[in-house]
Design a protein. Structure first.
Length: 222
């Protein structure tokens, strides 16, 4: 029985992934690191910042003979904040769907604490979850490890087996499954496409929802 719902943030509540993805590929190409969009999303989506930059550095050392974190991070920070200030929006229907959930709920995101707070407060989503807003910085290991979801469940006081996770990334689906939770793959973010939706199913998501109105109808049955 579902007794709590745990939401990812980026690409689920906040339509940030589509913005970040374009900036990432552009900044990496400027540094001589070219990636195909689909494989890049499949590999990196849902990673914490430390894990993401460690993986990029490993690629860069192999391809360029040097790490690129010290070049990439300042580019990303300046560009992402500007784009977020000007263009960031909630995924359509997110707030209404969240408000329908009368069960205990939390956000469990790979974002850092500061970035997570900024996004949720900017889009009036913070109050729907506070104080149960958890970042990868709160646990030793980020997704695809189960630590973050297990931490959120413990803070909610709900057994992992009774928690539902809403995720848009392969790393997030794997983390939810490793935590012993029910996982729904969410395909309503602007970055999602057919290959990404198929990857969520292949990763083991128990169910897939196309948008928040569809999820809201399911939430109303809880």
């Amino acid at each position: 029985m579902i007794k709590a719902v745990i939401f990812d943030c980026d690409g689920v509540l906040v339509d940030s992934e589509v913005l970040i993805h374009a900036i990432e590929l552009e900044a990496l190409a400027e540094l001589g690191m070219h990636y195909e969009s689909g494989p890049f999303k499949a590999r990196f989506l849902g990673m914490s910042n430390p894990d993401y930059y460690a993986a990029l550095d490993a690629d860069a050392v192999e391809r360029l003979g040097r790490p690129i974190r010290h070049e990439m991070q300042p580019r990303m920070k300046a560009r992402v904040r500007k784009v977020f200030d000007e263009q960031l929006q909630a995924v359509p229907g997110a707030l209404m769907a969240v408000q329908v959930v009368r069960l205990p709920k939390a956000v469990a995101s790979s974002s850092g604490v500061e970035a997570l707070d900024y996004k949720l407060k900017k889009l009036a989503l913070w109050d729907a979850f506070a104080p149960h807003i958890y970042s990868a910085e709160h646990v030793p290991y980020a997704k695809p490890a189960p630590d973050l979801f297990l931490h959120a469940a413990a803070q909610l006081g709900i057994a992992p087996a009774d928690c539902l996770v809403i995720e848009d990334s392969v790393n997030g689906v794997k983390a939810g499954l490793a935590a012993g939770m029910t996982v729904w793959g969410f395909a309503g973010g602007g970055h999602m496409d057919t290959p990404m939706r198929d990857m969520l199913v292949k990763a083991g998501a128990h169910h897939q929802v196309a948008c928040w109105p569809e999820a809201q109808a399911l939430f109303e049955r809880f």
